[in-house]
Design a protein around this ligand. Structure first.
Ligand code: ATR
Length: 282
């Protein structure tokens, strides 16, 4: 099927979906590129997912996928290597009548670090500590291995979830308890918060960052608030920090390119737009 014959619409699906900021980002890029088209939110309950996907090609060029559908969509589309590695899809497009899927969260995470902390992955291979062992942590661990990490220590409250990531990804990924954090931080060049702790409305993430080396980089996938208590503490002791908003912005770019044919840029103007939205609706 020729792309031009498809409707020039895309969407984000989730349940609930009304707080998604993806339409703000995608519609900004549509306007910036002077393209006809639209991007909307669609609330899809789990029981409606199969039917929604079956009918998707008649209405949309593709969709983004958010909670709770990333794993279920993975099982229902032709997934690429990245999505297969993490068994989760966040971007779907229609190609020759087939639904294809990838996972751009990993790209978004890495692109955000590249822009926010140039040189984070060199000159020696990164030694990483990831807090959390959910879907986000798994994708990040995979991405960091692809970028040549020397070690990836996954620290989680529920040991079985950290173990599962270590088993799935293999050496040099290892699983740890929170009480090992102090020791792990001494030898860490990149600390990632991939838990929901520190997000507005969630419990705080309070850890002692003093064992960190001064050249370690600290990043957070939480972006509400933009500067989480973890990032504020790291900045105060002189470590480089990268906030989580860039991950959201960068992960959106490959989808736009698939659906609308132009590679969009993550600019300060886009960032200001999304920051204003976060401030208005935290
Ligand atoms: P996602 O798929 O976005 O990563 P998730 O699967 O809900 O989301 O994972 C959330 C992460 O935050 C998990 O690592 C979770 O720890 P558990 O696996 O032990 O549940 C972590 N997390 C959430 N609330 C927490 C809390 N109060 N204390 C410690 N860890 C917490």
């Amino acid at each position: 099927m020729n792309m031009m014959n498809l409707p020039s619409k895309a969407c984000v699906i989730g349940h609930p979906i009304k707080h998604s900021r993806s339409p703000l980002i995608q519609n900004f890029w549509l306007r910036e590129h002077g393209l006809q088209g639209s991007y909307e939110r669609v609330d899809v309950a789990p029981a409606e997912l199969a039917e929604f996907l079956a009918e998707l090609p008649a209405t949309f060029r593709g969709c983004n996928v958010t909670v709770p559908h990333k794993e279920a969509v993975f099982r229902r589309v032709v997934a690429d290597e990245t999505a297969r590695a993490v068994e989760a899809v966040n971007t779907v497009w229609v190609e020759n009548g087939l639904l294809r899927g990838t996972n751009t969260d990993i790209y978004g995470f890495l692109a955000n670090l590249d822009v926010g902390a140039p040189g984070w992955d060199g000159p020696s291979p990164p030694r990483v500590v990831i807090l959390g062992a959910g879907g986000a942590a798994r994708g990040i661990a995979y991405g960091l291995l692809q970028r040549g990490a020397e070690s990836v220590a996954v620290v989680n409250r529920t040991a079985s979830r950290a173990d599962a990531i270590a088993r799935a990804l293999g050496d040099p990924v290892s699983a740890h308890d929170w009480d090992e954090l102090d020791v792990l931080l001494h030898d860490c060049s990149l600390l990632v918060n991939a838990t929901s702790l520190g997000m507005t409305g969630q419990p705080p993430l309070s850890i002692d960052l003093s064992p960190l080396r001064p050249d370690a980089v600290v990043t957070d996938i939480v972006y509400v608030p933009l500067e989480t208590p973890l990032l504020a503490a790291a900045r105060k002791q002189g470590n480089r920090t990268v906030d989580g908003l860039g991950m959201l912005l960068h992960q959106a770019a490959p989808g736009f390119e698939k659906w609308f044919g132009a590679r969009p840029r993550v600019t300060d103007e886009l960032r200001r737009l999304v920051v204003a939205d976060i401030e208005a609706h935290p």
